[in-house]
Design a protein. Structure first.
Length: 208
C-alpha cells in the first residue's frame, strides 16, 4: 500500500497542477485514506469531553491519555462513566475504518470547500454504513473530516475532525455525536464531544 501511495503522489507531481483538478480514481483516494490513517508513532494528549443535554445541562471532564501505540491498544478515557460520554474507540474509529475492507467507494466529480480548503468528497460503503470523507484537493489528500449519518434507531450523526500530526499522517482530534430522539412526545437532542489537545509524540522506547 505504501508503494501505491508513493507512486500516486509521484504521478501527481509529474503531471503538474492541472491534474489536481481532475477527479481522482477511487483506488487513489482509498490508498491515501488508508496510508494517512496508519499510525507509525504514539501520541500523548489531554482528552476533553463535553456533553450537552438540554439548555442547562453541561458536563465537562478531562483526562491525560495515550493514544495509538506500537504494541498496545489506546488507553481508555477516565470520564467514560459520565453519561453519554464518548470513549477512545469512538474517537479512533476512523483508524479502524482504514483497516477495514470496503464494499465500495465513490468520489464526487467536483470539489467542495471545507474550512477554506478545496476538498474531494468520497463516500465509503462498509456493510450497512456510509461514511462521507473530505480529503484535501491539493494532491496530498489529507483526511480533513469524516461523517457518519443515521446510525441506529435514533437519528445519530457522528462527525470527526482530523489533523495532520506528521508528514503524511492524520489523526482524529475531535468527534461530535448528535443524537435526536423522542422524549415525552417531543424531540430531544444530546450532543457529546471529545477533543484532544496538547498532543505530544512519544518515542517507541518510552511508549508503555
Amino acid at each position: 500500500m505504501l508503494g501505491a501511495y508513493r507512486t500516486a503522489l509521484a504521478g501527481l507531481i509529474l503531471v503538474g497542477p492541472a491534474m489536481l483538478f481532475a477527479q481522482p480514481e477511487p483506488s487513489v483516494i482509498e490508498g491515501f485514506f488508508r496510508e494517512r490513517l496508519t499510525p507509525t508513532s504514539s501520541w500523548q494528549c489531554v482528552a476533553q469531553c463535553t456533553v450537552f443535554s438540554g439548555d442547562d445541562t453541561t458536563h465537562v471532564g478531562a483526562d491525560s491519555s495515550y493514544l495509538i501505540g506500537f504494541s498496545h491498544e489506546p488507553r481508555e478515557f477516565a470520564f467514560t462513566e459520565m453519561p453519554y460520554s464518548l470513549c477512545a474507540d469512538d474517537l479512533l474509529l476512523p483508524i479502524a475504518l482504514a483497516r477495514t475492507d470496503f464494499d465500495s467507494i465513490r468520489v464526487n466529480k467536483t470539489r467542495t470547500r471545507f474550512e477554506g480548503i478545496m476538498c474531494w468528497k468520497a463516500r465509503i460503503f462498509v456493510r450497512d454504513e456510509t461514511f462521507e470523507v473530505l480529503l484535501s484537493g491539493d494532491g496530498f489528500f489529507r483526511v480533513m473530516q469524516i461523517e457518519r449519518k443515521g446510525r441506529g434507531r435514533s437519528n445519530s450523526d457522528d462527525v470527526w475532525l482530523l489533523r495532520e500530526i506528521g508528514r503524511g499522517k492524520d489523526l482524529p482530534v475531535k468527534l461530535t455525536r448528535t443524537v435526536e430522539f423522542g422524549w415525552g412526545g417531543e424531540q430531544a437532542a444530546i450532543v457529546s464531544t471529545v477533543e484532544l489537545t496538547n498532543l505530544r509524540e512519544v518515542s517507541a522506547e518510552s511508549d508503555p
